[in-house]
Write a protein that binds this ligand. Sequence first.
Ligand SMILES: C[C@H]1CC[C@H](NC(=O)Cn2ccnc2)CC1
Length: 325
Amino acid sequence: QSGSVAANPEQYDESYLCPVQVGGQTLNLDFDTGSADLWVFSTLTPASESTGHAKYNPKTSGKAKSGYTWNISYGDNSGASGTVYADKVVVGGVTATSQAVEAATSVSTQFMQDTDNDGLLGLAFSTINTVQPQQQTTFFDTVKGTLAKKLFTVDLKAGTAGTYDFGYIDNSKYSGTITYVPVKTTNGFWEFTAGAATANNRSLGSVGDAIADTGTTLMYLPTAVTSAYYAQISGSTNSADAGGYIFPCDADVPDFHIAIGGKSFTVPGEYINFTPADNSGEQCFGGIQPNTGIGFTILGDVFLKAMFVVFDQTTSAPRLGFAAQ
Ligand SMILES: C[C@H]1CC[C@H](NC(=O)Cn2ccnc2)CC1
């Protein structure tokens, strides 16, 4: 089988939500290549934490995996936990007849407050799924044996709906050629080595170890690369108050170029002029921030919405394919 689902941007492209049928009920989920749990707001989530969200009711068709629990925390200190059911999950017409559906019994305030978000659908490697006592597979791992090709593609867009395609590559969605790089799976991420970064034809240094993460909004780059980039934006500062680099909203923000697999890819400066940093709208928050304390680079939505990316498990060695949109 194969299929395609829309990826609808939230305000400022902060995250992208996709309609998914869970036990016959449609929920809007944040597809996250940086984690491996499919969890949903549910009738088991306290009303005080779930008003405004669509909820999965396991009573209608779910089969409890009694004694199975899950508990996840993300890099931004958000998190959720709960119990586990097996149920039918359909994404863009691709059907998992019995997928582990992790029903939330508790969610953190960040999830409580984003009422458009009804849960997450993890697309990292199942080795980092949090279900106990028996780890479960991601939606992709559950269905991949039934897909025309064991791959999915990500085509996020700036300010408009993109797509996640499963089982095929739509050649109309990218320009030029797809450049493939090997993936290191030991941390459970779609992890690879990126190369040199440049802006205004000046070297910013090498990016190095990086993950492709649809669940993260911004780009978190090595501190040396980040500071060299903002040195080219007059009036930019790394503001503890704002929580990162900011600059005047009318500044000239240079395009960011990154080498992957020997090819250069461009993130337009306008994507890096990300959001107003305060209510005055005078200062704007940068789409590139330092990866301090993370230990690797995270190429999130600011990067991905300039790209067409193939998450490929067609062979025993997973690989990532990158093309310009
Ligand atoms: C400092 C960075 C901050 C952002 C972090 N990303 C995430 O937490 C991704 N995510 C998944 C679910 N909710 C959020 C990565 C570290």
